[in-house]
Design a protein around this ligand. Structure first.
Ligand code: GLU
Length: 467
């Protein structure tokens, strides 16, 4: 059914686990769709499974949403706070004869289910209590079932999957309220979507089986069916369902690993959606270009290397100031403080091409900020032997007497030292210097590193290395 109402969509996670990659993508597609159409994005916590839902998981989900800056307009609503509403709707269906009390016991159901299977029939509820009328006894043991229409088919046009038709024969009289009065999942979802005036239900295709059942309930409640978009699965690079084996699945992990939220959004959006061959999008571009109808039904593959590349591209677009701001928490996590901002900025910029995540950037920049270099043992053994130290000593003298501390002058001092000591290859001087200054054998161009470190730090580090 076409719907011309202002767009209202919802993200409806169950707080039975972390906000994982798949959930975050569902949230994002709802968010982008709402923003693109200037509609409303609602957050609903589906916490009716009291045994598996926890406050801790709810907090994790909210934190993930906040980190990714997917601001919601209404909510978070909690299903556990809406029981009166569900009850009201159960009563309404009962009164209208669209639901009935079922007195079958679990044992009876099981016996009939087995008999049906043995007779080669579908093991669905056989409708025994559909027409028995109201009883006065055993009410407390009864549940309430939806009186599903028996004939015809349910048909709907899924935005991602096209037309889907299910014969009503396949659908049985599902329970909408258990004997303890609690509503069931398919029922709460529909009551919520009806009362929240949801126009588009965008969710994972693991819910596809629920949709025909839910459509019957929309009809029974006299509410126009929303449009559905069932998003394709996300797989790991080995084409298996994405799981812990493929790396971090919880989005908060990606924050810890040093991903930028906008880069994460960019990559998540590309899991199923595309716009020409463009790979890098700002959040504004995603909102502007997002279109549900290009999403097909084939699964997408989550590839951590691609995700990391997207992150590096977003990092390269940041101004030095922004980059410093984003990287600071990761630097602090290493136990380091930024006391000299201009120095930290230069240090960060010298490494920014190499750091693919904020965490990695913090780690490779750390040598600039430490009071004492952390020696990498194999590097020290290889390069800071007696010969290496002699080379450092001579260079140290030349550096102390440089008139002006610049990369060009440092280079000249290097060349003079190399010549005086008869060193054939420049690496044989550059590597001891690198180990002395950074603790390892990898760094940006050594003259640049030295210029940034400044004379005082360089000479201090030389002295310690020679000692
Ligand atoms: N609570 C369901 C889930 O977390 C989502 C239901 C829906 O979107 O309709 O999978």
């Amino acid at each position: 059914m076409k719907n011309n109402n202002p767009v209202r969509v919802r993200f409806a996670p169950s707080p039975t686990g972390h906000l994982h990659i798949g959930g975050a993508r569902t949230a994002l597609f709802n968010y982008l769709f709402a923003r693109h159409h200037k509609g409303t994005f609602i957050l609903r916590i589906e916490d009716t499974d009291k045994e598996r839902s926890t406050q801790e998981f709810t907090d994790f989900i909210l934190k993930g949403m906040e980190w990714l800056e997917m601001e919601w307009d209404e909510g978070p609503f909690h299903q556990t706070e809406r029981f009166d509403l569900y009850k009201e709707h159960v009563e309404k269906l009962l009164k209208e004869g669209k639901a009935y009390r079922c007195y079958c016991t679990a044992e009876e159901l099981e016996a009939r289910r087995k008999a049906a299977m043995a007779a080669g029939k579908k093991p669905k509820y056989d409708g025994k209590c559909r027409n028995i009328g109201h009883r006065t006894s055993d009410i407390e043991k009864s549940c309430i079932r939806f009186k599903a229409p028996l004939e015809g088919a349910v048909t709907f046009d899924d935005i991602c999957r096209g037309t889907i038709t299910v014969n009503r024969e396949e659908l049985d009289d599902m329970i909408i309220a258990r004997s303890d009065g609690t509503p069931t999942y398919n029922f709460t979802v529909v009551v919520d979507d009806v009362t929240m005036h949801i126009t588009h239900v965008i969710r994972g295709d693991d819910h596809l089986n629920n949709t025909p059942r839910q459509i019957q309930l929309y009809d029974a409640l006299n509410y126009p069916t929303p449009q559905f978009a069932h998003l394709p699965m996300i797989l790991g690079p080995d084409k298996q369902k994405l799981s812990k084996r493929h790396g971090a699945v919880s989005v908060v992990e990606y924050q810890k690993l040093g991903f930028l939220p906008d880069a994460m959004l960019n990559y998540l959006a590309r899991l199923g959606w595309s716009h020409g061959d463009q790979e890098i999008f700002t959040k504004e571009e995603l909102i502007e270009k997002f279109d549900l109808s290009v999403i097909g039904k084939s699964p997408s593959v989550f590839d951590i290397e691609k995700c990391t590349w997207v992150n590096s591209q977003h990092m390269l677009k940041l101004s030095p100031e922004e980059l410093l701001q984003w990287t600071t928490p990761y630097i602090e996590e290493l136990g380091l403080q930024i006391t000299d901002k201009p120095y930290a900025l230069k240090a960060l910029c010298s490494e920014r091409e190499r750091g693919k995540t904020l965490k990695e950037l913090a780690e490779i920049t750390a040598f600039y900020l430490r009071d004492e270099v952390l020696w990498h043992e194999p590097a020290v053994e290889k390069w800071l032997n007696t010969e290496g130290k002699n080379r450092l000593s001579l260079l140290q003298k030349k550096l102390s007497s440089l008139s002006e501390w610049s990369a060009a002058n440092i280079k000249t001092a290097f060349e003079e030292t190399q010549k005086e000591l008869g060193i054939v290859k420049m690496v044989d001087l550059a590597q001891p210097v690198r180990v002395a200054l950074t603790g390892t054998t990898v760094s940006p161009g050594i003259f640049e590193v030295m210029e940034i470190l400044g004379r005082e730090r360089v000479l201090q580090r030389f002295a310690r290395a020679i000692r």
